[in-house]
Ligand binder design. Sequence first.
Ligand code: IMP
Ligand code: MG
Length: 180
Amino acid sequence: MSEQRKMYADLKDELLITRDQIAVRVKEMGAEITRDFEGKDLTVICILKGAVVFFVDLIREIDLPMTMDFMAISSYGSATKSSGVVRILKDLDKPINGKDVLIEDIVDSGMTLSFLKENLLSRGAASLHIATLLDKPERRRVPLHVDYSGFTIPDEFVVGYGLDYAEKYRNLPDIGVLRP
Ligand code: IMP
Ligand code: MG
């Protein structure tokens, strides 16, 4: 059995979101961002590592000149639950400019992004837009406005397309629910 087949065997049989569904939705999100940021000085910021696969697909669907920047954070907590206490492992190269879109893989409790948003706004961002591939609204513990959301999903732990469990499964092209 190939290594990829073995990883798929750890997932529930029915995939939650297939690569084809992702591609369609990412195209739509790119078109939305293109409309909203036309004529503006767009910087797309990828939050490493989970958002990286979404980011590389999304930016190729944005039909505008743009720059990219990266932030790496680690949130304290267990593998499946974040505490919202975030440590910045790699900061932005450039100052925040007010025309930024922050790219995240998934909003769960909302703690990570509300911390980051506050942190970046305190450094002078006029406004900050959030784009996430996945959203689990049932799990929200703090209010958070998400500007662009790919898919709303139920309260289940998912992997693939950048999302990991203990750093594994990020390279699966589809998104599935991990078997308990
Ligand atoms: P939050 O701070 O609770 O919103 O958590 C956000 C972070 O938790 C995401 O960036 C992911 O790294 C991780 N996370 C939350 N839910 C999942 C999941 O279902 N699969 C993989 N990672 C997840
Ligand atoms: Mg993660």
